[in-house]
Design a protein around this ligand. Structure first.
Ligand SMILES: NC(=O)c1ccc[n+]([C@@H]2O[C@H](COP(=O)([O-])OP(=O)(O)OC[C@H]3O[C@@H](n4cnc5c(N)ncnc54)[C@H](O)[C@@H]3O)[C@@H](O)[C@H]2O)c1
Length: 327
């Protein structure tokens, strides 16, 4: 454990109402489980908002890397004058790192789990959290696709289990999709809603159905883009350009799939396919083949595009450079 000083949280956001202030005052310690891409971003926004954050990972090197990433991301805010150097130092001093879950959660008021997306792992983590956390602790998960109701059913406190789905990159993206499990109680939803607003986010509450709202709509769009490519309707560049310029999307669906990770897209399509039992959610064969062959997008160096370290140029992967769509 690497200890930082723990100071009382002062909730004094301008315009915040009395009820919200009283509710948020109960949240003195926030534990984040997993310090990867999402976990470090979640720690960043909580610490910047004045909360004492316990950042826990099984891997010390992931924790070290997360602290460096948070520092660098805060430096970017300092250079843009959205954070002062002093605020940066104060925020970083609120983060304490742990590799021991029992230590990290023993005084937690809320836990946000952001470990690897794997159902068996999440169930195991929630069973441990249920045993190790005080009775009052709210257990939130950042899962992209796993049922909140199912995760909650493995605990003795399903009423206090909720989805708190941040978007990547967390310090930048405004949305928090709050997912109510079947048993989640209204007080918990209300608190998590107000907390998300206090973090400077825009929360939207949805119910627990496969893919929630974000991935139920996004992933079939990505899958349809892959199907269109597979059928030879258009090339990678054409599909992405049509969606960018025609629909004002900041990024085309194939580039976005590479960014998210094709394995993640494939796994979420499988959750939708199994959860709804409808053929329209079947993952594209091309997507399945690419995942099985290890072409996962940015993280593996190639997906629909080829990624060269140090280069920001967007180059279509050679196997998709078929010019038959061009004049
Ligand atoms: N990456 C995204 O764009 C994105 C967006 C929204 C939601 N999510 C969700 O967020 C969660 C985390 O995703 P990520 O992209 O940050 O993953 P990641 O692979 O970057 O990080 C996962 C971290 O969890 C740690 N971990 C694994 N088992 C653990 C355990 N038992 N206890 C503590 N830590 C453990 C790993 O060491 C790793 O550091 C997943 O549920 C994912 O679906 C991801």
């Amino acid at each position: 454990m690497v200890k930082s000083q723990e100071t009382p949280v002062k909730i004094e956001h301008a315009g915040i109402d009395e009820t919200t202030r009283n509710m948020l005052q109960q949240l003195k310690i926030v534990t984040v489980i997993g310090s990867g891409t999402m976990g470090n971003g979640i720690c960043h926004v909580f610490a910047q908002s004045g909360f004492n954050v316990h950042m826990m990972d099984i891997n010390q090197s992931a924790l070290d890397k997360a602290l460096v990433t948070i520092g660098k991301n805060m430096d970017r805010q300092v250079s843009k004058n959205t954070l002062t150097e002093e605020q940066k130092q104060q925020s970083l001093s609120r983060i304490t790192t742990y590799t021991d879950m029992a230590e990290a959660v023993k005084d937690a008021d809320i836990v946000v789990e952001a470990a690897t997306e794997n159902i068996d792992l999440k169930i195991k983590i929630f069973q441990q959290l249920d045993q190790l956390c005080p009775e009052r602790t709210i257990l939130a998960t950042n899962t992209s696709s796993i049922s909140i109701t199912r995760i909650g059913s493995f605990t003795k406190r399903p009423g206090k289990v909720i989805g708190m789905h941040f978007m990547n990159p967390v310090p930048v993206m405004k949305l928090v999709e709050i997912i109510n499990g079947y048993a989640t109680v209204a007080e918990v939803t209300n608190l998590v809603y107000r907390l998300s607003e206090y973090l400077g986010k825009v929360p939207c509450i949805v119910n627990d159905y496969p893919g929630f709202i974000s991935n139920r709509i996004l992933m079939p769009m990505i899958n349809e883009a892959v199907l269109a490519l597979q059928e030879g309707v258009a090339g990678v560049e054409e599909i992405d350009t049509i969606m960018k310029l025609g629909m004002a999307h900041p990024m085309g669906p194939l580039q976005l799939a590479d960014f998210i990770g094709l394995d993640t897209c494939y796994s979420i399509m499988n959750v939708l396919h199994m959860g709804f039992g409808a053929q329209k959610y079947a993952p594209a064969t091309l997507l399945a083949n690419m995942v099985q062959a290890g072409y996962l997008g940015v993280k593996s160096g190639e997906g629909f595009y080829k990624y060269t370290p140090g280069s920001k140029e967007l180059v279509v992967a050679e196997r998709f450079q078929n010019k038959s769509w061009k004049i």
